[in-house]
Design a protein around this ligand. Sequence first.
Ligand SMILES: *Cc1c(COP(=O)(O)O)cnc(C)c1O
Length: 505
Amino acid sequence: MDKPLTDPQMDPSLGRSQDAHQSLDPEDWGAFRAQSHQMLDDMLDFLEHLRDRPVWQPIPQSSRAKFQVSLPQQPQSLASAHQTFMQDILPYGPGNSHPGFMGWVQGGGSPVGMLAEMLAAGLNANTGGRDQMPVEVERQIVRWMRELFCFPDSASGVFVTGTSMANLMAVLVARTVALGKTVRKEGVWSAEKQLTAYTSVEAHGCVAQAMDLAGFGTAALRRIPSNEAFQMDTDALRAAIQTDREAGFQPFFIAGTAGSVDVGAIDPLNEIADIAAQESCWFHIDGAFGALGMMSPHVAPLLKGIERADSIAFDFHKWGQVQYDAGFLLVRDSTLHMDAFAAPVAYLRRETRGVAGGSPWPCDFGPDLSRGFRALKTWFTLQVYGTEKLGTIISQTCHLAKYLKQQVIQQPSLELLAPVALNVVCFRYRDAEISDTGAINLDDLNRDIVADLHESGLAVPSTTTIKGQLAIRVAIVNHRTDQRAIDTMLHAVLQFGQARCSAAK
Ligand SMILES: *Cc1c(COP(=O)(O)O)cnc(C)c1O
């Protein structure tokens, strides 16, 4: 006969009394529901009236101070935590949801994505693996991305934080292809020849970081010069590979960029694909924001050759407008992808029945085991808006960039600093009188103008350096950014520029 189960609640050694069970669910679901609705309404109000707010504002010391207190031991009401959020967090975000945000390369998110995030949080799926519909949703996104990029059915994909992580993973896949699976045990120093990788000088810093993190070191990454359109010079790429081969290195990885971070340039992808094929190198594309331009009939032709990549890293959270974070790595050959990451361990054993079924799992395609349900907000965004609408928004950001470029060219006190390939415009303020006398350093002036803009709450562009000159960099990514937002930014640049110059005269 079975032994009767002992009741742990009766076990005095555990120090628990009869009715000791605690959970984190509310005692009064009715009151919790009312509070929940209030919180949802507040966020809908926030999004509906975003335009009436400053893009960004400095954080008051009183708000910072509320987050420098000791660890709470006693409970506090949800309503008071929410009030703190409304007072001290919500008004002091980075501003990237706002139409006036044009800094760096950041997406605006969408109301649909926000709701999807709530649903995903309610379900709280751990999508590392197992037989569950959320993993099936992620596979739907993989299938859709194969379709978008004309990749074969054998291609695999996986959600990660962002393109920085996806680029690192691509380097690791290419490393395993170049050196064989034993590299996972022996390490990269077991290679007969030192491996070298190639990218353009315009590439994002995370490509070099990927070489660092993968153990090759940033010196093993050759930075190929770019042409006047800021695209990789493919003759220089061929020459660099040749030189390295002659010197006894083993070229293994070429990273093209589709939408460069500084100016939005797209490398000659077809030519790089040819070179990678001839040189038996892995052809990776950093398409962080640019790759999803495939949804826009106006941008897609510029991306010709992307379908030939061995892997593409990109972000749904930039031009795709999906809530942060939603990076993605697409790999042409799923076997090679898995070879770099899958590991047999007993506690992750796969079965043919039950929750432990459904192999392969997302954890076989990257370093993450526990992971959230990023696929849901992406699925909702694609499902509800469709690629036509999202593509139109991508085209719209490019049209706005063209509009801004025209305005800059027409203004005698503004100077365009780089060609406008997509949605990024780099320019600077210059005052003819002032720069002639040298009374003001133009780099300092433009840096100050950008800080003035930020603090005014009118617009948030960022800065970069183009050919040694500090540029005001406007990257139009957000679906909310319209001509009015561009005009507001431009007028403010002219005003702050004039004010600073007349003060200096
Ligand atoms: C944004 C960006 C990255 C980095 O992507 P994260 O999602 O921020 O990690 C890499 N490359 C380019 C071209 C980018 O624009």
